[in-house]
Design a protein around this ligand. Structure first.
Ligand SMILES: [Zn+2]
Length: 444
């Protein structure tokens, strides 16, 4: 059976992921993501009404025109998890393919939200929910799609595996190796080892942290760090405000729990806080009951209520961990909300600054503004969602793949992975395929 892999997006950047695998007459697409930084750099761009080709020209979504070079029919579009750099282009590209979108239940709910907002294109692809551990047949030449449970900074992440007569093709984006996640099951290393013994033709790897030594800690480590930080504030009788990634359901859950432990009522504030946590709650994820407020006018009314009832009784969990100019924390820092920050009030960033000049500048500005009001900043209470080098070593050991394709980075970001793979006996151009966006690798 012919096997080809088209590396469409996310091979020159972290963002706009998209990869297609052709096995005989059948094609499976993994991820259709958005590169948000290419959108945010322009002021006030609303992508909902934009045409795909304009977004491709901006570098915001994958250039999928290379798909016409693959001789087969798309059987499934498979987003690995609900981050925008993996699902954000589905509303712009999926309608071109007569194929279902197959993902875990939480991911599919987020895809639904996203295609509901779309204004330019209709969307009538079937949405199919499949949980980790399950499989589905692909085409009629004996291929099968399997979801292996992995752990990442969003719940219900999986690594899809396409089983072909020539061996397994594993799409390894995005994950860390977490044996004590706060929500959900640990990474299924037993299954990866089993697939490794059966034979892996190709492994596509998440190289986000390939240049970092050591091991990425468990979410449980960030949880303990957060517990220590919030417990240290138990006797403080002023304002405490916390922020994190709205999509990071496990972290938001920890915030809610520790807030209550120190005698404060948590309230989730901001449109994306309400969207992600509300979806998790509706889907029966192990998530506490909590007040959530999404719209600006209601948010301001809630902040007014907090001030009236005494801000020492509350812990607002807000959007704005990257200092985004329109997010709630930044508005609070600018004094544009009814919430008054006083000298000594605490602001907890349970997030890392995404290392990108726009983010760094905005976050710097937000912290300066908070400081000017006298607020004290606690930052970097976080662990990464991506494997570091020893995780990559362990995955190679478990899978023993014939071919490797580094992904989810740019050329310099791949270098640590190329070193590691070369040490393990892989050879550039033979079985280690460093590539760009828009290439097709002929495997069999
Ligand atoms: Zn991700």
């Amino acid at each position: 059976m012919d096997i080809e892999i088209a590396t469409i997006g996310g091979y020159e950047e972290v963002g706009r992921q998209m990869t297609a695998v052709r096995a005989g007459d059948d094609i499976v697409i993994f991820d259709m993501g958005l590169n948000l930084s290419k959108v945010l750099i322009h002021d006030n761009i609303q992508t909902e009404g934009m045409h795909s080709l304009d977004l491709i020209d901006m570098g915001a979504i994958p250039d999928d025109r290379i798909m016409s070079d693959l001789d087969g029919d798309v059987a499934a579009i498979v987003p690995t998890h609900g981050h925008l750099d993996h699902i954000g282009a589905i509303s712009k590209l999926a309608h071109r393919y007569d194929a279902p979108v197959v993902g875990t239940p939480f991911t599919i709910e987020l895809v639904k939200d996203q295609v509901d907002d779309e204004q330019k294109f209709g969307f009538d692809n079937d949405l199919v929910k499949m949980s980790a551990g399950a499989t589905m047949p692909i085409g009629d030449e004996g291929c099968e799609l399997e979801f292996v449970n992995v752990t990442h900074s969003i719940i219900q992440a999986i690594n899809p595996v396409l089983h072909t007569p020539e061996g397994a093709i594993i799409y390894g984006l995005d994950k860390r190796m977490d044996h004590t996640p706060v929500i959900g099951d640990p990474i299924d290393m037993d299954r990866f080892r089993e697939i490794g013994r059966e034979g892996v033709l190709c492994y596509i790897e998440d190289c986000t942290n390939a240049n970092k030594k050591g091991r990425t800690p468990s979410e449980n480590v960030a949880r303990e760090h957060l517990r220590d930080t919030l417990y240290s504030m138990e006797d403080y009788d002023g304002g405490i405000v916390a922020t994190t990634f709205a999509s990071h359901i496990a972290r938001v859950k920890s915030m809610i729990e520790f807030s209550r432990d120190i005698g404060r009522t948590p309230i989730l504030l901001g449109r994306s806080m309400e969207k992600y946590s509300g979806t998790a709650k509706r889907m029966g994820v192990d998530f506490p009951d909590v007040e959530m407020v999404g719209y600006r006018r209601s948010i301001d009314q809630t902040l007014e209520r907090i001030m009236n009832e005494g801000k020492e009784n509350f812990l607002p969990v807000v959007t704005g961990h990257q200092g985004e100019p329109r997010a709630l924390l930044t508005r609070m820092a600018r004094g544009e909300t009814p919430y008054d920050l006083d000298a000594g009030d605490k602001v907890v960033f349970s997030a890392r600054v995404i290392p990108e000049p726009t983010n760094e500048g905005q976050r710097y500005q937000a912290e300066k503004l908070l400081g000017m009001q006298g607020a004290r900043v606690y930052d970097d209470i976080h662990v990464s969602g991506h494997l570091c080098r020893e995780g990559h070593y362990t995955m190679l050991d478990a899978l023993q793949p014939e071919h490797l394709i580094p992904a989810h980075q740019n050329m310099s970001g791949f270098s640590g992975y190329v070193d590691l793979a070369s040490d393990r006996g892989y050879k550039l151009g033979r079985d280690l395929h460093v590539t760009n966006n828009g290439n097709i690798i002929d495997l069999v």
